[in-house]
Ligand binder design. Structure first.
Ligand code: AMP
Ligand code: ZN
Length: 471
């Protein structure tokens, strides 16, 4: 499988450290609000990556953190803790907020068929790990204490900007814009590993440490949690592209300085979901959630398909019109699958050819839109319907679009509708009611409606005439 590696800026053949276990780490959500569908684009594509690796035969161990402390409103170590902001907004405790939005996040993931990673670890459960790493960095001379906080000293590194071809000045400005300089920092890119002093003294969660009572910086979380569950090396680290700098850059700086060797081989970054006014973000207040899509009548699977139809390394523009197009595509796809007639044999040779096309799409830097095309190719192929169903079942272990179960539901609905359409007794009663209404005999019309209701039949009056359905 070829994957684009942000570290080398090119597509590379994926070779794990050990074929027995691919170690994958994913930056988890900051649980101060609902995840928006932009966040969930990233989790959908990471989910496809994990499933594609499994499809290729690799056992994957995936770890994800839950950021419930230390993520400040600004990436430059200033501003209030996002969790505290959330707690104030809702008049709840930080832990209540964390629990509520962690549950909400996994409920959204379930609706989108995003598998739960093997390990999900809240940052607040790993304070001793973070302290150990910070201590190690101080001992090795990569960190210093100033104004009560512990900082990572980026001047001790040979190379700090690992991901970007950008100009260092540009990057620094990008982070710093509108942000006050922290006078304790020796170098402008230094970042806080452990806070005991901040402008916001009302930080709710604090722990004892060798440097005083305080709390960890956000970046140290991912290094600590990854090392706790995956050891000293990592095959793939994934996250949204906005995390590449400074978050992942700082993760690499502190992890490799602490360990004394290379930490992670492949960096997988998912580009953003944008609206026509720019990047979708939680802090902008109004944002789109899976629940909102559902309230508007959208099946979360249509959103998943919408994401899969574009490559993860391209920005994706969300609009209702684009989502409507995905709904049409999804419904058509499911209708075609529902029309397949099983009962024959699986033709192994034909299945192998279909499989090859699908595998090639995944191998080409997780080209999910080509993988979706491979699904359409299955439906067009000249082979038995059983072969097609076998291929679709297999591909859906990666795509997770509910291809077969949604088709099954559609078939059941179609069968019910057909059965209903052919019930002359009910048709006759409905016709009697229509006639009664026409002759203004409302008592009879109401009696028939009640009679049908008692039998579980609902009458629906539409401009095209009266219809009925079983409820
Ligand atoms: P957060 O909960 O803010 O820590 O973000 C969770 C994940 O969503 C991270 O991997 C972010 O990089 C990613 N993310 C944030 N905004 C977007 C967006 N508009 N589109 C795609 N991914 C995003
Ligand atoms: Zn992270």
């Amino acid at each position: 499988m070829y994957l684009y590696n942000s570290l080398s800026h090119k597509k590379e053949l994926f070779i794990p450290n050990s074929p027995d276990q691919v170690k994958m780490y994913t930056c988890g959500p900051t649980v101060y609000h609902y995840a928006h569908i932009g966040n969930l684009r990233t989790y959908i594509m990471e989910d496809v990556l994990e499933k594609a690796l499994r499809y290729q035969g690799y056992p994957v161990k995936r770890v994800m953190n839950i950021t419930d402390v230390g993520h400040l409103a600004s990436d430059a170590d200033t501003g209030e803790d996002k969790m505290l902001k959330g707690a104030k907004r809702e008049n709840k405790s930080v832990m209540e907020i964390a629990q509520f939005y962690t549950d909400a996040f996994f409920a959204d993931c379930e609706k989108l068929n995003i598998k739960r990673p093997e390990v999900v670890e809240p940052a607040t459960a790993c304070i001793p790990e973070f302290i150990r790493i910070v201590q190690g960095l101080l001992e090795k001379g990569f960190a210093y204490i100033a104004g009560g906080n512990v900082y990572f000293d980026t001047s001790k590194l040979e190379k700090y900007y690992v991901f970007n071809d950008h100009d260092e000045e540009d990057l620094a400005v990008g982070v710093r814009e509108g942000v006050e300089e922290d006078p304790n920092k020796r170098n402008r890119n230094d970042f806080v590993l452990w806070f005991t002093k901040s402008k916001f003294e009302d930080q709710a969660l604090k722990w004892d440490s060798p440097w005083g009572v305080g709390y960890p910086g956000w970046h140290i979380e991912c290094s600590g949690i990854s090392m706790k569950h995956l050891g000293e090396d990592l095959d793939i680290h994934a996250g949204g592209i906005d995390n590449a700098f400074p978050h992942h850059t700082n993760e690499i700086a502190q992890s490799e300085s602490y360990l004394g060797h290379k930490w992670c081989n492949y960096w997988f970054h998912v580009h953003h979901l944008n609206t026509d006014t720019g990047k979708m973000s939680k802090s902008k207040g109004e944002f789109l959630t899976v629940s909102l899509l559902e309230r508007k009548g959208y099946d979360p699977m249509a959103y998943r398909l919408f994401c899969l139809q574009s490559h993860y390394r391209r920005n994706l523009v969300f609009s209702w019109e684009n989502l409507d197009n995905a709904v049409v595509a999804y419904d058509k796809l499911i209708a075609k699958i529902a029309a397949l007639q099983p009962g024959g044999d699986v033709e192994e040779e034909a299945l192998a050819a279909l499989r090859e096309r699908f595998g090639k799409a995944l191998d080409a830097d997780l080209n999910t839109s080509l993988a979706v095309t491979a699904v359409y190719d299955v439906l067009k192929a000249k082979c038995s319907d059983d072969t097609k169903l076998a291929a679709l079942a297999e591909f859906d272990t990666v795509l997770s679009l509910d291809l077969l179960s949604a088709a099954e539901k559609l078939r059941a609905r179609q069968a019910q509708e057909a059965a209903q359409a052919a019930d002359p007794r009910i048709d006759a009663l409905v016709a009697q009611r229509t006639a009664a209404k026409k002759s203004r005999d409302f008592a009879t019309a109401d009696r028939i409606r009640d009679e049908l209701k008692a039998q579980g039949i609902e009458i629906i009056d539409t401009p095209q005439g009266t219809k009925w359905r079983k409820v």
